[in-house]
Design a protein around this ligand. Sequence first.
Ligand code: GDP
Length: 455
Amino acid sequence: MFNSLSDRLTATFKNLRGRGRLSEADIDATVREIRRALLDADVAVPVVRQFTAAVRERALGAEVSGALNPAQQVVKIVNDELVGILGGQTRSLQLAKTPPTVIMLAGLQGAGKTTLAGKLALALKEQGHTPLLVAADLQRPNAVTQLSVVAERAGVPVFAPHPGNTSDHDMADGALVGDPVGVARDGVAEARTKQHDIVIVDTAGRLGVDELLMQQAADIRSAITPDEVLFVIDAMIGQDAVTTANAFAEGVDFTGVVLSKLDGDARGGAALSVAKVTGRPIMFASTGEKLTDFEVFHPDRMASRILDMGDVLTLIEQAEKAFDADEAEKMAAKVAGGEDFTLSDFLVQMQQMKKLGSMKKMLGMMPGMAQMRDQLENFDEREVDRVQALIQSMTPAERDNPKIINGSRRARIARGAGQTTAAVNGLLDRFAQAQKMMRQMAKGGGMPGMPGGGM
Ligand code: GDP
């Protein structure tokens, strides 16, 4: 699922790698590629429009960040916006104050409602709940039997009308048979009597959006006043997802969305539009035919998955935290203002690097961070202590203006730090390089990033 979208976005970001500051034209080109990737993945047009506008605006005004290069900043922005269209925060089931919590399932026929009923029941049972399944789908031949089968597999009881009500013969002319509203109401009453703390009501689907069945679902909703109405949607249905979701939002209204068949390899972008278009959160994902192929939907994790980043973003955020933004900004302002980058600044940078170095192992797991990973791999944390000792052995005047450090000063500094003169020379060489780099960056208007490699 989302594989081609994922590949396209990753390729777009790859083009940005290794760039310094991004120009407006760079950002526009990137945004255009993102737009195409989303449209090709079937994400609804208005959603794409809002999404790309937000990314463009934020990328243009991108916050100065010491820990992230421009490409990483764009990835972070795209990620944040993706999390946004996927509904932001993880939304868990709202349990009723006085049980039973009533959950109603709605959606097109074949969306995966019955399967989901079993999955949800199993997951809830494993959490210590005592769910009851109610078969109020009297429309589809075999729906009741099918629900009984999943209930048995999940090891939860099912409340169903008499089999006589649902024979194929009754369906012959497609009329609604039995009394699904009555069954739903009785099912909830049964849950109350038998002290089930959760009751899941499976309702009839429809092949397309059908007035009569929509009315039936609305009637069931009024009769049982559910705590949650979950709209189950097949992630593979393409652009129809938005129309269908809107029809259900209007006809029945729902409190949350379940994406089913996320294991398929369709483009799936339409499913991504549903939360944004209806303003209802995606709560669960169904990812296969087995009852255990079921997960709570985490917008942030899904976004990372789409961006093919594993948990990279969490790591980037930690890196950002470790890298003191105030220090980075102070230094940027200083260098940009034509002031010289001093040995004291160099020390601060090394210390920042050390903080990041303690995350070396975690950073090592990050794809796309190869450059930083190599730097950190070669980074010896004890080196920071050695540099610190040398710099502390200098006078303030020497720190501000290393040019005055002649032979006798070098010997004194080395002695004070308990190191060799060669170590002092090495530090001053590296510092001269860093200073040169800083001057170049100041000229180009760029941000000082990580201290140069080779440490
Ligand atoms: P309902 O009509 O909404 O109750 O849909 P069903 O639960 O009967 O599902 C329709 C078909 O989709 C069945 O063949 C299910 O096995 C299949 N199905 C349901 N959920 C998933 C899923 O997450 N992944 C896959 N691959 N198939 C699913």
